[in-house]
Design a protein around this ligand. Sequence first.
Ligand code: C2E
Ligand code: CA
Ligand code: CA
Length: 560
Amino acid sequence: MEQTIPEGRKKRLDSLYEALSIVADDTYVYLCDMRYDYSRWSQSAVDTFGLPSTYMYAAGDIWEECIHPDDRASYHASIDAIFSGTDGGHDMQYRAKRLNGNYDVCTCRGIVIRDENGEPEYFGGTIRNHDIQGHIDTLTGLRNQYGFFEDLQNDIAKEKLVCIWMVGIGKFSEINEVYGYHFGNQVLQRFGRYLLDHVGNRGSVYRLDGTKFAVISSTQTPEQITDNYENLRKRFRQGIEVGDNKIIMELNAGLLLLDNFSVDDQTVYSCLNFAYGESKNRKQGDMVEFYNDISGENRQRIEKLHVIRVSITQQFKGFSIHYQPVVDAHTEELIGAEALIRWGSKEYGMVQPDMFIPLLEKDPLFPDLGKWIIRQSITDAKKIMEICPRFVINVNLSYAQLEKPDFVDMVLELLEETDFPADHLCLEITERCRLLDIELLKNIVVNLRGCGIKFALDDFGTGFSSMGIVKNLDFDTIKIDRSFVLKIEDDKKERELIEHFTSVAATFGARVCVEGVETAGMRDILQRFRVYSFQGYFYSRPVDFDSFMEWAKEHQKITA
Ligand code: C2E
Ligand code: CA
Ligand code: CA
């Protein structure tokens, strides 16, 4: 096949495409110039399925990646038959994977157009997505998630300045528990109705998943929306009548001003979800606007996040793992390292994880990244073990990863695939995991520890329920956050706290690792306590794999 498509052929493709593309919005159009295997696809298909672009070479192969593994063989056979000239078209059903990880049922119809010699010249047709036909939530009668994403995509495409806010009911599970599921549904209906009346003609209302609703408004400013939200909150605090009961509700809300159009709907959703999470977990329900602190910052942040998200779908391009040594507190020998993710690009430079991990944690793509991090870290750790046999690699987990029902299997499969010894892997979780169901968490920890994997509680002491979590789960290591040792050289209170933390750890049979050891003075003081290991800039900053190997070899000479 010839390499690039000539300009004239591309124009012809475009004009044929335009002629085809007057169809309903649940239908995507594709047209392929078979001589160059160059295609044009609908923007909505690109957005929905995360395709690289509306113009693609070898679109058939790209699309095949989106198709459900069980449906791939028949799709592949059909495309082969079309391209080899044996079939004149196809009409088939398969499942295709959206950017958010869900599969939609699609019917794909296409025909081959032949040139004057009877050779296949174009292959074109439509893909009808059956899952987005019903854009209505059956419970509330409001538009649903699909409707929300569709409208959001349109606003982005039209570069329309809008304010989007997400509002949800706090502690809804209590309502369900006390009054039953059916009553819970009535509350949601009432809430949806209320929100719709409250918003009136100032925006469109959607029900997202569970107890979350969203409003897209092109006429209101963030200040006006925040005022409205405060009124809504007051109203629900006074209680609303549902059946014979008066229900008092607490709300949470996040807001985002969409003023940047080089992003996609999923990125906007992740940012909105993040603002909502902040409102719920940290601001007692106050409206949180997504980074409106420094003007221009917001714009850049969303855009950067968008690029980072897309990298996940492009074989993790730009991601790398840095390693920071963990040493024995007394001998200072190397005993392990913590794997710390980085992302970088020419345009944005090296980006620290604090800039993107908290924003992506709830993103449907995050578990893929999490898996990649584990695989990469244990693959590297295997090489490090060749020069340091007792080496243990610490990998950070986000609670969203743990929520996936196949998490335990996934980890065990990775160990098998890489032939990595389970007892050289330590998973770090933070007390933020308390947001998860404790039984679920216990199950995971018990299961994986049973296979030899170690667990560490990260950032001990920074959260408000660190004690709760150590009581409920068995940890091998407790990592004390660096904020507790910053002033340890002059601050008696900090020394007392360390004493206290180490005795808590001992009570639960866990070892203590102190993070943020920056000076010899800090080391000397900390060596007086029952601390097992150190991590910090005094030994090394997190560095890439090659530099880590060099450091390890040098360091071993010193401690030998
Ligand atoms: P963390 O797990 O508490 O990681 C330790 C952080 O402290 C690292 O920042 C490290 O560079 C920094 N640090 C270590 N020693 C010192 C020191 O002596 N002084 C100072 N000032 N800082 C020190 P980093 O790499 O920016 O990571 C920040 C956070 O991002 C991590 O905090 C972790 O919560 C998250 N993170 C990093 N990698 C991953 C990952 O692969 N998965 C997940 N879920 N989260 C990650
Ligand atoms: Ca950590
Ligand atoms: Ca930490």
